[in-house]
Write a protein that binds this ligand. Structure first.
Ligand code: NAI
Ligand code: 13P
Length: 323
């Protein structure tokens, strides 16, 4: 059977390459005609995953109908476009959601959006510490595969696992999604600390206090603590908060160096999901009575609503409290 991947950005292309690494056919739906052309004729995706030779068994297409013969579909569009692409996908085929974010306007997680857009399709979530370039090069990677249907989860894990790519099964779909969505916002905060020269102590503080925020929010939404402390939560938080390979960290670094959010976000081709998730997450947390001061600080900077120094001072001046 053939696997399908919806979305040919960096992560969708890397996942197509992973699935094709044993020679199986992969259908890859892409939005841009020049991406389709480059993948099919030059076996490269210079727009989103430059300098990675792609397997000739990946066939790119702009027609969703070409995914009709696939027995699983990996959905890898940006979170804010997931609803529209899933609505166009063939119905009834298991959907493995790989996007990280919360939908603006509805505050829904990706599994909730997909369930509305394709009510007959079984759903799983694939999320963890996975820079696309490293997976595309076959470097060792572990990831959470969350699915409420244990038997389906096991079948999907067997389809997706490769010698250097290890899915760990979970049935906590919400927990896996919350980790991936929240860590992107926290990575912006760590980038700010880097750009503003606040030091490594500040980064470690942001990672651990940010993880406390992720845990408070996750538990309020029904996530399990062990999921938040696993690959899709703490694992991805540590990866994304440590490297300019992260688009979210890089965005934060620019903010920390004094650039305006508007200037940094203008004309971006690649997606920094944390910028879209942050205000939705802040509003959802406020509505649930969950305190997320680091997320609030990131929102203030993204809205260009307060000077950097004032945002940092406000975080440091919060009342002392038990850990
Ligand atoms: N890049 C990475 O290392 C990883 C990314 N992810 C997640 O995967 C998702 C996709 O990210 P990337 O592949 O990195 O994207 P990217 O930033 O490399 O590329 C942007 C993508 O957005 C698509 N796009 C733009 N406008 C669109 C529209 N109107 N409708 C549908 N698609 C549209 C483009 O076709 C392209 O596929 C995100 O949620 C991201 O958080 C998850 C794990 C790793
Ligand atoms: O999610 C990622 C790694 O797990 C990629 O992070 P960025 O989107 O910040 O580049």
């Amino acid at each position: 059977m053939k696997a399908g991947v919806i979305g040919a950005g960096a992560w969708g292309t890397a996942l197509a390459q992973l699935l094709a690494s044993d020679g199986q056919s992969v259908a890859l739906w892409a939005l841009e005609p020049d991406v389709i052309d480059a993948i099919n004729h030059v076996h490269e995706n210079p727009l989103y995953l430059a300098n990675i030779p792609l397997s000739p068994s990946i066939r790119a297409t702009g027609a969703m109908a070409d995914l009709g013969s696939c027995d699983l579909l990996l959905v890898v569009s940006p979170a804010q476009h997931l609803r529209s692409v899933v609505a166009q996908a063939p119905a009834g085929v298991p959907l493995v959601l790989c996007s990280k974010g919360i939908e603006a306007g509805t505050s829904l997680l990706m599994s909730e959006v997909a369930a509305q857009a394709q009510p007959t399709s079984p759903i799983a979530v694939l999320s963890g510490p996975t820079f696309a370039h490293e997976v595309a090069k076959g470097l060792p990677t572990a990831i959470t595969l969350a699915c409420e249907d244990r038997a389906l989860g096991q079948r999907l894990a067997a389809r997706i696992a490769r010698p250097s790519f290890r899915p760990y099964l979970s049935d906590d779909v919400i927990g896996a999604e919350i980790g991936g969505a929240v860590k992107n916002v926290l990575a912006i905060a760590c980038g700010v600390a880097e750009g503003a020269g606040l030091g490594l102590n500040a980064r470690a503080a942001l990672i651990s206090r940010g993880f406390a925020e992720m845990t408070r929010f996750g538990l309020a939404r029904g996530a399990r603590p062990e999921t938040l402390g696993g690959l899709s939560g703490l694992g991805d938080l540590v990866l994304t908060c440590s490297s300019t390979n992260s688009r979210n960290f890089s965005l934060g670094k620019g903010l920390g160096e004094g650039a305006s959010a508007a200037a940094l976000l203008a004309n971006r081709r690649t997606v920094a999901e944390g910028a879209f998730t942050a205000p939705v997450l802040r509003d959802a947390a406020r509505a649930a009575g969950v305190e997320m001061p680091v997320v609030e600080a990131v929102c203030a900077l993204l809205a260009d609503a307060a000077p950097l120094g004032a945002v940092i001072d406000a975080l440091l001046a919060r009342p002392l409290r038990p850990e």
